[in-house]
Design a protein around this ligand. Structure first.
Ligand SMILES: [Zn+2]
Length: 118
């Protein structure tokens, strides 16, 4: 489910994850309800994974907060998300949209994270 949600389902489709309205389209109450249900389920899975990790490894809440801060700052802004905006390609130094995982000019891979949203 998580892989499908983040566009890793192997369908090869350019559209977002299932239930996501297309850009510029209207949002139906059914779509919002489905997104809310998927979000609640995803949060519950995260909570379960965190509790298992904490119990099995001895990691603390402080460890989690430090990691969240580190990940949040990867896009340069402390805003509760790690979704890069425009950035410079480290290879050819041209601007690349945060929506692209690779430089359109030289092909340099910029983001290999499976958690980047389309
Ligand atoms: Zn480049």
């Amino acid at each position: 489910m998580l892989f499908r949600m983040y566009g890793m389902g192997g369908s090869g489709s350019a559209k977002g994850f299932e239930g996501m309205p297309s850009a510029g389209g209207s949002v139906t109450p059914g779509q919002v309800q489905r997104l809310e249900m998927n979000l609640a389920k995803t949060m519950m899975i995260c909570e379960a994974l965190w509790e298992l990790l904490r119990e099995k490894t001895g990691l603390t809440q402080e460890d989690l907060y430090k990691k969240l801060y580190e990940i949040d700052m990867r896009d340069g802004v402390l805003d509760g998300q790690n979704q890069a905006k425009v950035r410079d390609c480290p290879s050819c130094h041209r601007p690349v949209s945060g929506r692209h995982g690779a430089c359109l000019y030289c092909g340099h891979i910029l983001d290999e994270s499976v958690f980047r949203m389309e």
